[in-house]
Ligand binder design. Structure first.
Ligand SMILES: [Zn+2]
Length: 263
């Protein structure tokens, strides 16, 4: 039986007020450990994309590859200990520190790689991707996948496009059920459960949120590339988590920070 543990990690912060969300959110990564293998889900941001203190969308940000090294060190893990880096997608805050993990196999969806190689003008403007990771990933051992794959016993990928064309979610079998790491397919639980009236900011503060019209799941125009795909992916994730928010681990949901899951 698979018995993975999930360690959400703090890779830095970004204040998303300039794009209409008045709070600071965490850059996050997740260590998956079953006592035999170590998998890192998402690799943080590189400081080269934080220019004059601002990153994606002109938002102030505080992060870099040292944050990734420090967060792993808190768990007594060195970059060379990581066997696999699994990317939910290749946005700048999820792939930036890839070059730290020279011993690992790096796994992502092929259409995400194609988008990174040839971003649309609006993606270049808002700085969705860090083009600096292209030559770095080319030096690393990469596996590009095109479907849902069993990566290890108890670790599955599920294609969940919408946020990006090649986004995927990661299913993790634990001793207490399947948890799903959604990357930015679902940034916060509130996106799937709009009746939630709060969010935990990167500072650990409870921020009250205004009601969503009709308690309807609504795609965020700043973070959704394709609304049709996003709704379909939301349905799949909802099925995987058995419609229980507890099993949903969003890509920037500070609510999970520094926990060990399952608790
Ligand atoms: Zn993203």
């Amino acid at each position: 039986m698979s018995n993975w543990k999930i360690y959400p990690m703090d890779f830095g912060k970004i204040d998303v007020t300039p794009v209409g969300m008045p709070y600071t959110i965490s850059y996050m990564g997740f260590l998956l450990d079953n006592g035999n293998k170590k998998i890192l889900v998402d690799a943080g941001i590189h400081e080269r994309v934080i220019v004059d203190g601002k990153a994606w969308g002109g938002c102030p940000a505080w992060a870099g590859i040292q944050n990734v090294i420090d967060a792993l060190a808190k768990l007594e893990v060195k970059p060379d200990d990581i066997d696999i880096v699994l990317y939910t997608h290749l946005h700048n805050d999820h792939a930036g520190a890839c070059s730290l993990f020279t011993k690992a196999t790096h796994i992502f969806q092929e259409d995400e790689w194609k988008n990174l190689l040839d971003p649309m003008p609006n993606q270049l403007l808002i700085k969705d991707y860090d083009l600096g990771v292209i030559p770095e990933l080319k030096q690393l051992k990469c596996v590009k996948i095109n479907s849902d794959v069993e990566i290890e016993d108890g670790i599955h990928t599920y294609r969940t496009p919408g946020h990006t064309v090649g986004s995927q979610s990661i299913g993790v079998e634990t001793g207490k059920g399947l948890y799903v790491l959604t990357g930015d397919s679902v940034l916060f639980r509130r996106e799937m459960y709009p009746e939630m009236n709060y969010l935990i900011s990167a500072e650990g503060k409870k921020v009250s949120l205004p009601p969503v019209p009709g308690n309807t799941c609504l795609p965020n125009p700043n973070t959704t590339h394709n609304d049709y795909d996003w709704y379909r992916s939301l349905s799949l994730i909802k099925t995987l988590i058995r419609d229980d928010a507890k099993y949903l681990i969003g890509g920037h949901d500070s609510e999970n920070m520094n926990k060990v899951i399952p608790e």
